[in-house]
Design a binder for this molecule. Structure first.
Ligand code: MD3
Ligand code: FE
Length: 206
């Protein structure tokens, strides 16, 4: 059983949820995911401006963003191939950390190099807002910012280290959040450095 720290209503931090061996095993399964579904560069819907974060997905649905908008779809935007299956260790983490009786369909894999960031946003492309979102961090530490359900509200920042999990449910499900920056050189997990974030989501209402 890993530590469970409720840092705000509905926001639960599980520091060190994956030990080093489990992190290495996850990275090796993600290398297989990226072979089947190569990282792509998402673009902003209106402007076409590229994200600094590269992405891929596993599971039956994957999140994509291009000039047509944000959406979930069953296939890779470039190859048209179905997303590879979710590694069993992630489904097990969902079952053990999240109190929701249905499996996630989507695991978005975000890759941050030393300069990538993600601006403050809400996740609202899912239909099942009653389901929490579970995130797992691997590699270099990320400085995560989370606020309330209004963009203009106060925010706080939390360092996310390799192996940490974080869940957002109930009042936090529609909280604004983002990644201010990563701190290069803080982990030896990824030989080339950088940070991987996984977000497991229930998309469809059961
Ligand atoms: C709070 N990813 O992919 S994970 C995203 O580290 C995203 O890559 C960040 O935000 C990352 O959409 C943050 C933490 C997270 C994920 C989903 C949330 C926080 C959340 C959904 C609702 C509220
Ligand atoms: Fe998000």
């Amino acid at each position: 059983m890993t530590n469970r720290i409720e840092i705000a209503p509905g926001v639960v931090h599980f520091p060190g949820s994956f030990d080093r061996m489990a992190q290495e095993a996850l990275v090796s399964s993600l290398r297989e995911v990226a072979k089947a579904a190569p990282l792509f560069t998402p673009r902003m819907p209106r402007t076409g401006k590229p994200f600094s974060v590269k992405m891929t997905n596993c599971g039956t649905l994957g999140w994509v963003s291009d000039t047509d908008g944000y959406r979930y779809q069953p296939t890779h935007p470039d190859s048209g191939a179905p997303w590879p299956p979710m590694p069993p260790a992630l489904l097990e983490a969902w079952t053990s950390l999240v109190a929701y009786p249905h499996p996630p369909e989507a695991c978005l894999v975000n890759f941050y190099d030393g300069t990538a960031r993600m601006g403050l946003h809400q996740d609202r492309d899912e239909q099942a807002f009653d389901a929490p979102v579970l995130s797992v961090s691997l590699g270099d530490t990320g400085i995560f910012r989370v606020g309330g359900t209004m963009r203009s509200g106060p925010t706080r920042s939390v360092k996310l280290q390799s192996g940490d999990a974080l869940s957002f449910g109930g009042p936090a499900r529609l909280a604004f959040h983002g990644i201010d920056r990563i701190i290069p050189g803080t982990s030896t997990l990824l030989p080339q450095g950088g940070r991987i974030n996984l977000t497991l989501r229930r998309v469809m209402r059961p």
